[in-house]
Design a binder for this molecule. Structure first.
Ligand code: ADP
Ligand code: ASP
Ligand code: MG
Length: 416
């Protein structure tokens, strides 16, 4: 059994869907589970829909319509016959979305987000499953919410491994081609939950773990894991092989090519992860397994944009000690801040955070009651693994460094 994952970029248009089919033909699709994300930037478009639902009702309809139009164009490109069943199926999924917005009573943003954001995945998998069947790649469409069970921590749900394992063991037919959605799960009340943005890689790993799969392949628009994000760095190099440990570190620091939670389940069962190009499926790409730390041994650069750096100092020159630090962390936890770096001295404490739940103002208000607070918005956090002087110099050139921290393997630099 093997698990494949295709992300948004791989199925952003009809050509991408056709290419997915040809990748399956090239790489093989017997005993395979294919996990697919929403097409192209649909998840971002759905985030706008949800924002409009809460803040700008006048734009709600037109933003939903954009999503419908985008998928309709893909459908028309893929299916010659406008009376094909797929059109009715996709329409009924959109009807369900519209009905939800009409009838929803909950004011809870995170709940509403999770009930609606995943329509992108439901639709992409419906289109792809029909298309593959149409061209002779017989497959079964699975609703992932019948398999992956989670708690109800909306937008970052935690997997209930026992129930998920049981569902997968009892209800999944391993000997056929299965197509399902990434990113989604469901809670004990069968409400939809999500595993966090970019969570489809993790979905693939959850299935691989529960199926004792031989391998997971994530098909990307890059040749594999590179030593830096090609969107921000020039002259990147392909890493042929990295260990689980190295991949976990890279993902943790923000190398967005692999979702950070993906590695742990695979490492536990020593299931290799291949990161390959959907444009060149025959190329080797990157293999993540228990072997060597990193081949070739080169510095790896990671950047996280739009972070917040908060520098605190005590109001009266008193030391910042355990008690204050624990209070600060309680607040960070309360406001669901993702902490990237911390640095402290006798009377100061700095923390670089990712504010995905938009709680910056509330946090600052709390902190200002106790500390002198300086807040730098929109900073970039650079991390270099396996750094050397040259790598640091290159990175710091033309930038204002606000914070820098070195450990043996890793340097982290926050810049304006
Ligand atoms: P998916 O379509 O599966 O969601 P993503 O867009 O999430 O794919 O991941 C692929 C992208 O990750 C690449 O296009 C690249 O810009 C980015 N990326 C960031 N860091 C790296 C890295 N170290 N190596 C390769 N790609 C990276
Ligand atoms: N579609 C979701 C997102 O864009 C999940 C994923 O692509 O992994 O975040
Ligand atoms: Mg993605």
């Amino acid at each position: 059994m093997r698990v494949y994952k295709f992300g948004g970029a791989s199925v952003k248009d009809a050509k991408g869907v056709k290419n997915l089919a040809s990748v399956l033909k090239t790489a093989g699709y017997e005993n395979t589970l294919v996990v697919v994300s929403a097409m192209g930037k649909t998840t971002n478009a759905m985030e706008l829909v949800i924002k409009n639902y809460f803040e700008n009702k006048a734009e709600l309809q037109s933003s939903i319509h954009e999503v419908i139009k985008y998928h309709n164009e893909i459908l028309l490109d893929l299916f010659d016959n406008e009376h094909h069943e797929v059109f009715t199926s996709v329409k009924s999924i959109f009807d369900e979305l519209i009905l939800f917005f009409k009838t929803n009573k909950s004011p809870d943003y995170n709940y509403v987000y999770d009930q609606t954001i995943g329509f992108g995945e439901l639709i992409s998998t419906t289109i792809i499953s029909y298309y593959l069947n149409e061209i002779g790649l017989k497959n079964k469409w699975l609703d992932v919410r019948d398999y992956i069970k989670t708690d109800n921590y909306y937008r970052r749900a935690n997997v209930n491994w026992e129930q998920t394992q049981e569902n997968i063991t009892s209800n999944l037919n391993k000997s056929i081609l299965n197509i399902t959605q990434g990113f989604l799960g469901s809670d004990a009340n069968n409400f939809t939950t999500t595993l966090g943005r970019e969570g489809s890689d993790y979905t693939a790993a959850i299935f691989a773990y529960c199926l004792n799969a031989n391998s997971v392949t994530i098909w990307k628009d890059v040749p594999g894991v590179l030593n830096a994000d090609p969107r921000y760095f020039e002259k990147t190099q392909l890493l042929h092989q990295i260990s689980y440990r190295e991949a976990i570190e890279l993902a943790f620091y923000g190398a967005s090519v692999i979702h950070p939670k993906t590695l742990q389940p695979l490492q536990k069962k020593e299931i290799p992860l291949y990161v390959k190009s959907f444009l060149n499926p025959k190329e080797k790409g990157t293999c993540v397994d228990k072997g060597k730390a990193i081949v070739p041994e080169v510095p790896c650069f990671i950047v996280k944009k739009s972070q917040i750096l908060i520098a605190l100092s005590s109001l009266d020159f008193s030391y910042i000690v355990e008690e204050n630090i624990s209070e600060i962390f309680n607040l960070l936890h309360l406001y669901k801040m993702k902490v990237d770096v911390i640095q402290n001295s006798a009377i100061s404490f700095s923390v670089c955070i990712d504010d995905i739940y938009n709680n910056r103002d509330k946090l600052l208000q709390h902190l200002k009651a106790k500390f002198n607070v300086t807040c730098y918005d929109n900073v970039s956090l650079y991390t270099i693994r396996h750094y050397n002087d040259e790598a640091i110099k290159k990175l710091e050139k033309d930038k204002t460094v606000l914070l820098k921290q070195l450990t043996q393997e890793t340097v982290q630099i926050v810049t304006k």
